[in-house]
Write a protein that binds this ligand. Structure first.
Ligand SMILES: [Fe+2]
Length: 274
């Protein structure tokens, strides 16, 4: 793990990617997380567990800010500790790249506060984040919304959404966020309608063929009915994926939101995982 250093290339799928998912002959473990949304208690707790699992690389699918009270702290945490990060729609609003049309009214105050909190170098760093990260050597592509028109931050919720995303996927694996719901879309053969699967607790071996879109869920505002912070791990040798859930001090996160004067609902929903 290390600070975000962007070595980005958009390049075609390797012929034999299985040889490339290892680094210098060593099995690699990758961590994926996103939708942190200014929830520092959740990020601290999740990161403690993540570090115990010793990933080689940490990928972040964006939305570091918004909703929560600690957008600046979360941004600077990821900037310092993660390896790759792409731009989320909330990040894009804060750095002035996106007008928040369609955002729910209660989400605007945290974005305004964050914009005022951030020093210029943090805003510049946010603005420098790419919409898509392609890591050829590991065979993964990273995006916040969909690889189909990533600048529009489409949700990938249905098999049809996933098919459009797969059509732009140039690596065996893709990782995305935005819905805050952990799970996996599986494309059994090129162009086939993808299938959605919730990932059960524990490591899930992936089928030997087919491509995958992983959603690691959300660190800071899960919406699958489980209020615990979530992230995902992938091991190259076994092709296993695991969604990890971590208890954290939800009361503290809610107190900070309420103390900041944001909508009460933004704190209350954390207890419900919605
Ligand atoms: Fe989000």
């Amino acid at each position: 793990m290390g600070g975000v250093g962007l070595d980005l290339r958009l390049s075609p799928v390797h012929e034999d990617w299985s040889l490339l998912v290892q680094t210098k002959g060593r099995i690699v473990k990758l961590a994926f997380l996103g939708d942190i949304h200014g929830n520092l208690p959740a990020l601290e707790a999740a990161w403690e567990v993540l570090e115990e699992r010793s990933p080689d690389l940490v990928f972040v699918t964006g939305d570091l800010v918004g909703y929560g009270a600690d957008g600046r702290a979360c941004l600077e945490w990821i900037r310092e500790k993660a390896d790759f990060c792409c731009l989320g729609n909330h990040d894009a609003v804060v750095c002035g790249k996106l007008v928040p049309w369609g955002f729910r009214p209660e989400s605007l105050s945290p974005l305004d506060r964050c914009r005022r909190d951030l020093p210029p170098e943090d805003v510049e760093w946010l603005a420098s984040l790419p919409l898509v990260v392609v890591h050829d050597a590991q065979g993964w592509s990273l995006v916040h919304g969909s690889l189909h028109e990533p600048e529009h931050f489409h949700y990938v919720l249905t098999p049809q959404d996933a098919r459009a995303c797969f059509a732009k996927l140039e690596t065996p694996y893709g990782c995305l966020g935005h819905s805050h719901v952990p799970g996996l879309f599986f494309e059994p053969s090129p162009g086939a309608l993808p299938q959605w699967a919730r990932i059960p607790q524990g490591a899930l071996p992936l089928p030997e063929t087919g491509r995958f879109l992983l959603n690691p869920g959300s660190v800071g505002q899960p919406r699958d009915g489980d209020p615990r912070a979530g992230f995902a791990l992938f091991e190259s040798e076994t092709r296993t994926v695991e969604v990890v859930r971590v208890d954290y001090d939800i009361g503290e996160a809610a107190r900070r939101i309420h103390g900041a004067g944001f909508s009460k609902d933004l704190g209350d929903r954390l207890f419900l995982g919605i």
